[in-house]
Design a protein around this ligand. Sequence first.
Ligand SMILES: C[S@@+](CC[C@H](N)C(=O)[O-])C[C@H]1O[C@@H](n2cnc3c(N)ncnc32)[C@H](O)[C@@H]1O
Length: 399
Amino acid sequence: MLYVSLLTSKEIQAFITKVFKEKWDSLKISAALGKSFSEEERRAIMDYIPLVKKFREKFDFQEFLLCDKLALEQSTAYDISKWKAKLWPSSGCVHDLCCGMGGDSFFIPNSLELTGIDMSEERLQMYAYNMNAFQKRANVLQADVRNLSGITADYFSIDPARRKSESENQRQFENLTPTLSEILNLAKKYRGGMIKLPPGYPIDEIPLDAEIIYLGSKQDCRECLILLGELVQNPGKIRTVILTKNDTFEFISTSKRPDFEKEQNLEEGTLKKYLAEPCPLFVRSRIFTQFARERNATILSKGIAYLSCDEPIHHIGFSSFEILDSVPLGTSAVKAMLKKHGIGKLTLKKRGVEIIPEEEIKRLKPKGKNEGVLFYTRIAGEKTALLTKRISGSNAHEC
Ligand SMILES: C[S@@+](CC[C@H](N)C(=O)[O-])C[C@H]1O[C@@H](n2cnc3c(N)ncnc32)[C@H](O)[C@@H]1O
């Protein structure tokens, strides 16, 4: 019997429901487990319990779902998955290639005929169970997606696996299985498709007529999504999508690749009245360069994504700061600047300078009743400390 299938038993699910309802601690759980379950079942339950809260949050779903730790980590969360569901046409057949536990399938419109395909028997078992829990119809097929024969569909979605070493070195994208070139090859069989890639995937390997979408929250770029064929809405362009709890903000590059890449080299300029910090998603998609041009903002040093401008930028994609003072970077000069402005409460941000902010704040020992945000960065290549004040509401969305 597969490990995950143990968790489908009524007795085990009733036990887990009780654990959560009555908020048992681990001591009580172990004592109760010993009385009623086999060793194999006990291990499965103990592995599963820490995942329950996580999958409930990740999929905004309160029923039982089948997963293990890795399948859950690799799965697509509900906010991203729901947004992507809007990209599908209203009818046709879809293959969810490398479907895993089903994160990318849970919200695909019911009007589409869906098949989940994965080479792992265990993942397919999770997928089938979970689709049923979500009350969705889907076929399942155990196969290597690189060698599919005898089955066709109109569209596909693929979320390739990433090998473990990827977390040690985020740039080892050759560890994707299937690789991007294998995926582009199998894409030829479909009218359109979407490929989920890690956010930092090298853009020059992506076909120029595809649409690239960077998706995430203000704090984090979570996915690089490639649209191909009939699913493309903005050929050659780059879209940035910020998902918040209640809203979605979308920004599309005005130019197409490769022009968009050429336009990204912003001019270096002097320090002006305000500093704007693009959110990580805007930096990843490079859309901040388009905003900089539209607002006559410049960068302070090549390759560093801080903008210098005469007016604050009030926009969801940026945080804005008023410049109070600046000194060449050095502990005593920075300490003197903080003292002059009575700064006792400090946030330290950095780009282009290697320091550990928490340790540097301890070294600076700020004293005073005022609050400030210190930037360690470069101006025309020279390391500089900028003392600033955050402009409240600066990232409220501009109309
Ligand atoms: C990142 S996970 C998919 C997660 C899924 N999209 C979700 O949201 O739950 C990748 C999956 O690809 C499967 N896989 C990797 N290489 C494959 C191949 N060549 N053919 C079929 N499945 C493959 C793995 O078994 C794994 O389940």
